[in-house]
Design a protein around this ligand. Structure first.
Ligand code: F6P
Length: 355
């Protein structure tokens, strides 16, 4: 491991940093932590713009102390982002490897797609990459939490609180659609935190009939309003027929369908089947925008500091990860090997209070 002692003789490094995939609160906190640690050692930091796309088209900018000043509480990413997959772009891999040859290390901050690319570049091309796990969906394996999730959860919980009061005033059913492409972490935990009456997540094959039964039961018990939280990735399912996702037909460079709209379809079904007036709120990208919570700022900063150390040690192919209250290093490949979904036992706990 290289010495970080001021004045000690050591080769300086040229360290690239990129943010890929959907943005999330806390990205700038990671960029700041990595850059400050590296600049303190006398290393050079290069911001790669728009995720992997910046390595393909060579769009970069030097990151100095001024560039990272004041960015800790800011949402989004000063490096911009995109859903570019270099393995799917003509000449993308060659261009990426050529750009990587000009760097001593690359810190890739991303979710399953961005880190999936990082894992392949390391495994197949020995690329000097280090990973940092982000996503509001919290569905990456090999880490207890990703940063960005806590902020999204807080936003969804506040929305559910607000929907409660208007639902009660009007004796309505309110359906709140939240993000979560393959995993229902945001839906389940915001539903628990906000006291939702039904929560529908991708992992649980609950039918529309069962959802309406729970609402009916609640109204028979004397309640005049209900809150339903549905994850965008929950499949519309009726008894005795096949389930299907509500999504736009086009897929992104990683093959993901663009989700959104299940809430409106479900609200129509609930109103028609129960006779209760029903409205829908789709939270969408509001969950990804704005300033990170204190929790996410701290987690993102700790991840960034550990990622910088992994670079200095030459521990490539590794990712900073949260295990309990410790930040540890795990292979990036482990994080993208499978999705971390909501365990049935946790859903069962929430379900005990439905209806
Ligand atoms: O993966 C994070 C996420 O926010 C998902 O929850 C959601 O399905 C997707 O990104 C939306 O992506 P986009 O910003 O491309 O619409």
């Amino acid at each position: 491991m290289m010495s970080a002692e001021p004045g000690a003789s050591m080769a300086t490094m040229r360290i690239g940093i990129l943010t890929g995939g959907g943005d999330c609160p806390g990205l700038n906190a990671v960029i700041r932590a990595v850059t400050r640690r590296a600049l303190d050692r006398g290393d050079e930091v290069v911001g790669i713009m728009h995720g992997w796309r910046g390595l393909i088209d060579g769009t970069t900018k030097p990151l100095g102390a001024r560039d990272i000043s004041g960015i800790l509480p800011r949402g989004g990413t000063i490096l911009r982002t995109s859903r570019t997959n270099p393995f799917k772009v003509d000449g993308g891999l060659e261009a990426t490897l050529a750009s990587l040859a000009g760097l001593d290390a690359l810190v890739a901050i991303g979710g399953e797609d961005t880190l999936g690319v990082a894992a392949r570049l390391y495994a197949e091309h020995d690329a000097p990459v280090v990973g940092v796990p982000k996503t509001i969906d919290n569905d990456l394996s090999a880490t207890d939490y990703t940063f960005g999730f806590d902020t999204a959860l807080s936003i969804a919980t506040e929305a559910i609180d607000r929907l409660h009061s208007t639902a009660e005033s009007h004796d309505r059913v309110m359906v709140c659609e939240v993000m979560g492409r393959h995993a229902g972490w945001i839906a389940l935990l915001s539903g628990m935190a906000g006291g939702a009456d039904v929560v529908l997540i991708p992992e649980q094959p609950v039918t529309v009939e069962r959802c309406c039964e729970l609402i009916d039961r609640r109204h028979r018990r004397g309640k005049d309003f209900s809150i339903v939280v549905v994850s965008e990735g929950w499949e519309l399912r009726f008894e005795g027929s096949d389930a299907h996702l509500v999504a736009a037909p086009e897929a992104d460079a990683f093959g993901h369908a663009r989700l959104g709209g299940i809430g409106a379809v479900l609200a129509g079904e609930i109103e028609q089947r129960t006779g209760f007036e029903t409205r829908v709120t789709q939270l969408g990208h509001v969950q990804r925008g704005g300033s990170p919570t204190a929790h996410d700022r701290v987690l993102a900063t700790r991840f960034g500091l550990r990622a910088a150390d992994l670079v200095f040690e030459g521990s490539f192919g590794m990712m900073a990860s949260l295990r309990g209250d410790q930040i540890v290093a795990v292979p990036i490949a482990d994080a993208v090997a499978g999705l971390k979904t909501v365990p049935p036992a946790l859903y069962a706990q929430a379900e005990a209070l439905f209806g």
